[in-house]
Write a protein that binds this ligand. Structure first.
Ligand SMILES: Cc1cc2nc3c(=O)[nH]c(=O)nc-3n(C[C@H](O)[C@H](O)[C@H](O)COP(=O)(O)O)c2cc1C
Length: 367
């Protein structure tokens, strides 16, 4: 039997295992890449100079093994505007409701100002500057987490780079494939972070049906080898994963948040637009409960809701108010129960996936 994990994605990248780690943490990315899988470094929150330095740091640790960088290009945010200008435009109802939340919960003003690049996608100008660096550096893969990356496909291809698009709807996949992306990440509502409303089990085969011979990478709720085997069975060429890396040994996520993630179940996550204004899956918090109250106004559109939450989040960090802390986390969080090294996560997933294939075909375990 053909090795089910030697997929088109492995061939196109020259990697051993069809597992993609989405991570903001360079140490996690380096460990995953050196374990034979692939990592895409989330750089939405970094300045162009930081992005250049991070790329160099990673190159020094992984040699010529490939890796990716993720940016976001949302279509529906203002073209320009400093955070101060945008903050001044926050609608009154949501601003007043946030003040009410802060009063009722005695949340002091933050000690630090949430940084501009924490809010890296609040206008269309910032992602363009970030993209310039990634193109200059000829990073092997650039992924767009939000928005159609079609406008830079040609520039990327001229530099020998691949472009991937994250999608939550089949029609987005079609649009991005028509625009020339090299692979599509089909992301279900189970996923951590910004996501659409279709489940992983439904979106993946729908995107596979339109992708032709271009790899489809399944995302959303993937935390085990059984999920990896399931994704391959759905027609995907690999998996794109986020939550599973948050509490790993190398991860720079705060220890207290790692512990919450290790304890969390799928029901401790919430799909809501109260964090950023776009629908997003995160761990439930008092912030979520406040915006679910009958008297609450609907959350403000992106990026305005993000400004409201960013300030409360900064206060929660500065003054240690855990009930107002949250983190993006997917429904596969149930299976994330111990703090393993990243290499171990890769190996466990691969081993379990092979065991599942053997279970299905009735063969002895050969791996
Ligand atoms: C803490 C965290 C932050 C994330 N931030 C981004 C981001 O900036 N850009 C992006 O494209 N995806 C982001 N995501 C979503 C991931 O790319 C990925 O699609 C998702 O985690 C997959 O679902 P899973 O967490 O169930 O594996 C984030 C995920 C997590 C866990």
């Amino acid at each position: 039997m053909k090795d089910p994990l030697r997929t088109r994605l492995c061939e196109s990248l020259g990697i051993e295992y069809p597992i993609v780690s989405f991570t903001h943490c360079k140490d996690v990315a380096a460990a995953v890449i050196n374990a034979g899988a692939f990592a895409v470094l989330g750089q939405t929150q970094s300045t162009p100079d930081e992005i250049a330095a991070n790329i160099q740091w990673l190159r020094e640790r992984v040699g010529d093994k490939p890796f990716g960088v993720d940016l976001v290009f949302p279509a529906s945010v203002p073209s320009l505007g400093t955070p101060e200008e945008l903050i001044a435009q926050i609608p009154a109802a949501q601003r007043e409701y946030t003040e009410d939340i802060k009063r009722r919960h005695r949340i002091p003003a933050p000690k630090k100002t949430p940084e501009l690049y924490e809010l890296g996608w609040v206008n269309k100008e910032i992602p363009q500057k970030q993209l310039e660096v990634v193109l200059d550096e000829k990073v092997p893969v650039v992924a767009s987490g939000l928005g159609n990356p079609g406008f830079f496909v040609e520039a990327a291809h001229e530099r020998g780079m691949q472009v991937w698009g994250l999608v939550g709807k089949p029609r987005q996949a079609k649009r991005e494939l028509e625009a020339g992306v090299d692979a599509v990440v089909a992301q279900g509502i189970d996923a951590a972070g910004h996501t659409g409303s279709i489940g992983t089990f439904s979106i993946v085969p729908q995107v596979v049906a339109v992708a032709g011979d271009r790899p489809v990478i399944a995302a959303g709720g993937v935390t085990t080898g059984r999920h990896l085997a399931g994704a391959i069975a759905l027609g995907a060429s690999g998996v794109w994963t986020g939550t599973v890396w948050l509490p790993c040994r190398e991860s720079d996520v705060e220890m207290r948040m790692k512990e919450r993630i290790l304890e969390a179940t799928a029901e401790d996550t919430s799909f809501s637009n109260c964090v950023s204004g776009f629908t997003m899956r995160t761990l439930k918090s008092q912030w979520h409960a406040e915006w679910a109250r009958p008297e609450a106004p609907p959350p403000a559109p992106a990026p305005y809701q993000l400004f409201l939450f960013a300030e409360v989040k900064q206060s929660a960090l500065d003054w240690d108010i855990p009930e107002f802390m949250t983190e993006a986390a997917g429904q596969g969080v149930n299976f994330v129960t111990s703090m393993k090294p990243a290499r171990q996560i890769v190996m466990d997933m691969v081993e379990e996936a092979y065991a599942v294939f053997d279970e299905i075909t009735g063969e002895e375990e050969t791996s």
